[in-house]
Design a protein around this ligand. Structure first.
Ligand SMILES: NC(=O)c1ccc[n+]([C@@H]2O[C@H](COP(=O)([O-])OP(=O)(O)OC[C@H]3O[C@@H](n4cnc5c(N)ncnc54)[C@H](O)[C@@H]3O)[C@@H](O)[C@H]2O)c1
Length: 442
């Protein structure tokens, strides 16, 4: 099939690359000249495990191309995927300007031809967006087209794996032809038997928000419970194991931490709340989820603040992990940024190490912190280590090196990386989430 993918970010680049890997001819469109220059010279623009190899293979064999020429891409493709940003607007709603702007341009292009085109929205967009796209294209005089919603469920850090072997594919359209085209496209991706779920376009749009909001709620429930466990002198990790073993609950997404972040959960939760208010059916539980999630970052800061009796000025902290989660370089809505900015405003100097996100972190934190080349050099002369991201390489550090480099054996762990008993034995003062705090020799 000939496919155009408009927007070549995390979703667009992964989708385009994986479609090409399955034998389709894919042309990816973007308006970022820098990005296109890199992609057209065989340089990948995002960090995503496994992506570089298949991007490079398909780029070299010509099945994956990159351009800023929307017209040429649209005219040469049967299916046009919109993978455009839908960031949070000031009132919490999803900003649809990118999607609507491109839809208008597609309207101007496609009204000149009679060939059938299927426009598929993969951007996360509120219920009713598909109908708006349909309305704009109809108003431009286009007759031979259909619109579909195909929400994307990939997880950053596992994007290729998720795209190539998805749990499920959701396709929503009121057109049988559109549903058939999407079924044909996706069949090779569900060869192991996972399902392609067909529905109307409005239900598909709601499904994406419902899935993300439910996962955000699960995380938030555990964070709230973790705070209760701290007061009640219970251990959240034991509680997690006990409750997760119930097959109705399951073990996934029960890990407490410093709150969810990233480019999706925060904005999608807020957009769903806003849409529910617009429909006069406010999702009150979700409003609490968002509030508790913000508070979780502040609680972590307060742990550090209280340990130093509020005297943070002049302190030096080492930071491990900046990305909002491991295996990604995405810094959007990373909890680390909120807490670090607060620490810096209190006069703390920070030396941070992240395996891949430091370059992107500069956009949010600029030169207010030092970016260390490796995890151990970040520790030199620091008063404590603060962990924001559970990267694999932080799981089994050499604690004797930590002790020798830190001014005192003190760790604030926002991801419960280590066993409390072990840290006690090693003589660390160790703060984590929802568990006992140990007091070392500092
Ligand atoms: N990132 C994720 O994990 C993820 C997962 C599922 C769904 N989504 C949703 O997918 C959508 C895209 O997310 P993303 O993370 O890929 O965003 P992104 O910011 O990484 O990528 C968007 C791309 O669109 C390009 N773009 C913007 N305006 C354009 C225009 N007018 N013409 C051409 N290109 C343009 C940008 O340059 C960028 O490369 C969002 O709605 C998001 O909520 C994201």
């Amino acid at each position: 099939m000939n496919i155009a993918v408009i927007g070549t970010g995390y979703v667009g680049l992964v989708s385009g690359t994986c479609f090409a890997e399955m034998g389709n001819d894919v042309i990816c469109v973007d308006n970022d000249k820098n990005k296109l220059e890199k992609l057209n010279s065989n340089h990948i623009t995002i960090y995503e495990p496994g992506l570089e190899v298949i991007y490079s293979r398909n780029f070299k064999n010509g099945r994956l191309r990159f351009t800023d020429d929307l017209k040429a891409a649209a005219l040469s493709s049967d299916m046009i995927f919109l993978c455009l940003p839908t960031p949070q607007d000031e009132d919490g709603s999803a900003d649809l300007s990118h999607v609507m702007n491109i839809t208008g341009k597609l309207g101007d292009i496609l009204c000149q031809i009679d060939d059938f085109k299927l426009i598929i929205n993969k951007s996360t967009a509120p219920v009713g967006t598909g109908e708006k796209i349909f309305g704009i294209l109809t108003a431009k005089g286009i007759k031979n087209f259909a619109v579909a919603s195909n929400p994307e469920f990939l997880r950053e850090g596992f994007a290729v794996e998720d795209f190539m072997k998805p749990d499920r594919i959701v396709i929503g359209s009121d057109s049988d032809k559109a549903l058939k085209m999407l079924r044909d496209l996706y069949e090779p991706f569900v060869a192991l038997g996972n399902s392609i779920i067909e529905m109307d376009i409005r239900s598909a749009e709601v499904t994406k928000y419902a899935a993300n909001s439910f996962l955000a709620t699960k995380i938030t429930f555990m964070n709230d419970l973790a705070n209760f466990c701290e007061k009640a002198e219970a251990d959240i990790d034991l509680v997690r194991l006990g409750m997760g073993s119930d097959t109705r609950i399951g073990h996934k997404f029960l890990f407490p931490g410093i709150g969810y972040g990233g480019s999706c959960f925060p904005k999608d939760v807020n957009a769903l709340i806003k849409t529910s208010v617009d429909f006069d059916a406010k999702l009150v539980l979700l409003a609490e989820v968002d509030r508790i999630n913000q508070e979780q970052r502040a609680r972590f800061f307060i742990k550090i603040y209280n340990h130093f009796n509020g005297e943070l000025k002049g302190k030096k902290l080492a930071v491990w992990g900046l990305a909002f989660k491991p295996d990604t370089d995405d810094m959007r809505e990373a909890p680390s940024v909120t807490v670090i900015k607060r620490l810096v405003s209190e006069g703390v100097s920070i030396s941070a190490y992240d395996p891949v996100a430091s370059e992107n972190a500069r956009f949010y934190l600029d030169d207010t912190i030092i970016y260390s080349p490796d995890k151990y050099s970040a520790l030199d002369g620091a008063d404590a280590l603060v962990i924001f991201t559970e990267w694999g390489e932080f799981r089994k550090p050499d604690f004797t090196v930590l002790k020798s480099k830190l001014n005192s054996p003190l760790i604030f762990d926002g991801r419960n990386m280590y066993e409390v008993k072990e840290m006690q034995k090693l003589g660390f003062s160790y703060y984590s989430i929802g568990r006992k705090t140990t007091k070392g020799n500092n």
